[in-house]
Design a protein around this ligand. Structure first.
Ligand SMILES: O=P(O)(O)O[C@H]1[C@H](O)[C@@H](O)[C@H](O)[C@@H](O)[C@@H]1O
Ligand code: MG
Ligand code: MG
Length: 268
């Protein structure tokens, strides 16, 4: 990794730790978990999500004034979600806000950094690490001996819920050893990267949920795919992250659908 990128990554790690501390403290303070809603009654946000995103963006702006941002809460406030070739920080200040609101203790501060529309950190084959320890995906080749992670998202339209359950039924019927969900895309992807689960899939995620996790999975030896096979498109809101191409064949069992893309022009 060149010095410039290393410098950017060091800052990302430092600000993620600072943000993590704010989230950790807020978990113990009911007032900081006061809930508001966004696209639906189950799409939650708190002042802590907004505060943490602000903290990260201000800190980065001070050091890298020309860089761009895609932040979950900034987009919710009306900013465009457009990935250009420019250096761009893709931020989910609290991935797992529903967990956070309920003190269910699995949340992540997710920060990805892209240049030329490619997520940069780790792409040079330097590996993925958790507190200095290298991560490695599971070597399991048999989907029948696998744990698959997924989520239910926050879209409760009947047709969407039907499709989610249809996929789940197909996957359980393979049969797999188990299905799990941490309540956060970023943590699910880190579980794939660390070999605890063999694959994670979800339709309905956003680019800020998966940008950082995608490079962590690849650097830990895993693969990314669209839910109908083929290359993943981080703006498509569909993702499969697996330990290898064999387990990634769960795509055959997924009842795919296409939510509105993250980079779709705003409707008038
Ligand atoms: O907690 P947030 O950042 O809103 O992200 C979650 C997303 O909203 C849900 O739809 C997904 O199911 C979770 O996996 C995300 O992590
Ligand atoms: Mg999220
Ligand atoms: Mg979030």
């Amino acid at each position: 990794m060149d010095d410039v990128l290393q410098n950017i990554m060091d800052h990302a790690v430092a600000v993620a730790r600072e943000a993590g501390q704010v989230v950790r403290e807020a978990l113990c303070d009911e007032k900081q978990r006061d809930v508001m809603t966004k696209s639906s009654t189950v799409d939650l946000v708190t002042q802590t999500d907004q505060r943490v995103e602000h903290l990260i963006i201000q800190s980065v702006k001070k050091k890298f004034p020309t860089h761009r941002f895609i932040g979950e809460e900034s987009v919710a406030a009306g900013e465009a979600c457009v990935l250009t070739d420019d250096p761009t920080w893709i931020i989910d200040p609290i991935d797992g806000t529903t967990n956070f609101v309920h003190s269910f203790p699995f949340v992540a501060v997710s920060i990805g950094f892209s240049v030329d529309k490619k997520i940069q950190f780790g792409v040079e084959g330097k590996g993925a690490f958790c507190n200095g320890e290298p991560l490695q995906v599971s070597d399991q080749e048999d989907v029948r001996r696998s744990i698959i992670a997924t989520e239910f998202g926050s879209n409760r339209e009947t047709e969407t819920v039907e499709k989610i359950f249809s996929s789940l039924r197909n996957i359980l019927n393979i049969p797999v050893h188990g299905v799990r969900g941490a309540g956060t895309a970023a943590v699910n992807m880190c579980l794939v990267a660390s070999g605890c689960v063999e694959a994670y899939y979800e339709v309905g995620v956003h680019v800020w949920d998966v940008a950082a996790g995608s490079v962590i999975v690849e650097e830990a030896g895993g693969v990314l795919m669209d839910v109908e096979g083929g290359p993943v498109d981080l703006m498509s809101r569909r993702i499969v992250a697996a330990n290898n191409g064999t387990v990634a064949h769960i795509v055959k069992e997924i009842d795919a659908f296409s939510p509105t893309r993250d980079d779709a022009p705003p409707t008038q």
